[in-house]
Design a protein around this ligand. Structure first.
Ligand SMILES: C[S@@+](CC[C@H](N)C(=O)[O-])C[C@H]1O[C@@H](n2cnc3c(N)ncnc32)[C@H](O)[C@@H]1O
Length: 212
């Protein structure tokens, strides 16, 4: 099956964010709203565990939610006291995120194009990279996210844990260990493990890296 072009993929996300309920639009289309809520809560707990629980209001962590969609994770992370930047390519998703408010700053940007005046304690990227279909753009995106992590900070990116890459349908290319590990090692990050979502039949989990 042919993969969507860049223009088709952008239209797909705007339409999905327009038509679907809050959690289905960025979550799993096969789940109803209640199941998606469980899915989001489970992944938030995993993220918080991997980011760490330092949520002092006088020393919040600086976090980037890369590909934030409608901003659910950004808002929840902000509720722990963290300073969150959320970026996404979809204006429709960002309009919704800005209406919800809740603390995070939302910006329209591709993952590869985001430039920040500060480095982040943690950069998270939940269920976005496997929707970047072009390999060269995927690599630019991963390299850019890695460059935004401070010394000692963490990069958490969602994908599957097979060795190889594989396309599913026309809008997903799952990439595996052979793609992530050497690339991020080249960017100066140390691989700390892969943590499965462990939800229903999902094969996805979070790759955790730390900047040395
Ligand atoms: C499955 S949704 C996940 C959204 C959010 N992380 C969540 O879990 O609720 C994928 C998101 O990635 C965004 N996206 C896809 N390619 C992107 C790119 N190259 N740069 C920035 N955002 C992108 C889409 O607009 C969409 O909002």
């Amino acid at each position: 099956m042919a993969l969507l072009s860049d223009v088709e993929a952008a239209a797909y996300w705007n339409e999905r964010h327009q038509q679907e309920s809050d959690l289905r639009s960025g979550g799993h289309m096969a789940f109803d709203e209640a199941t998606n809520r469980m899915f989001y809560i489970r992944r938030l707990a995993l993220l918080m565990d991997l980011i760490g629980l330092q949520s002092s209001p006088v020393a919040p962590l600086f976090l980037l939610d890369a590909g934030c969609g409608k901003g659910w994770f950004s808002r929840e992370l902000a509720r722990f006291g963290h300073q969150v930047d959320g970026i996404d390519a979809s204006e429709v998703a960002l309009d919704h995120a800005r209406q919800e408010g809740g603390g995070p700053r939302f910006h329209r940007s591709s993952l590869s194009g985001w430039r920040s005046p500060w480095l982040y304690d943690a950069v998270i990227c939940v269920d976005v990279l496997f929707h970047i279909l072009d390999d060269a753009e995927w690599e630019r995106s991963v390299r850019n996210l890695a460059s935004l992590v401070r010394l000692g900070g963490r990069l958490l990116v969602a994908d599957w844990h097979e060795e190889h890459d594989q396309a599913f349908g026309n809008y997903q290319v799952l990439r595996g260990r052979r793609s992530y590990l050497p690339l991020l090692q080249d960017c100066g990050l140390r691989f700390e493990g892969w943590h499965p979502y462990d939800f229903r039949a999902s094969v996805i989990g979070l790759y955790a890296f730390t900047r040395r």
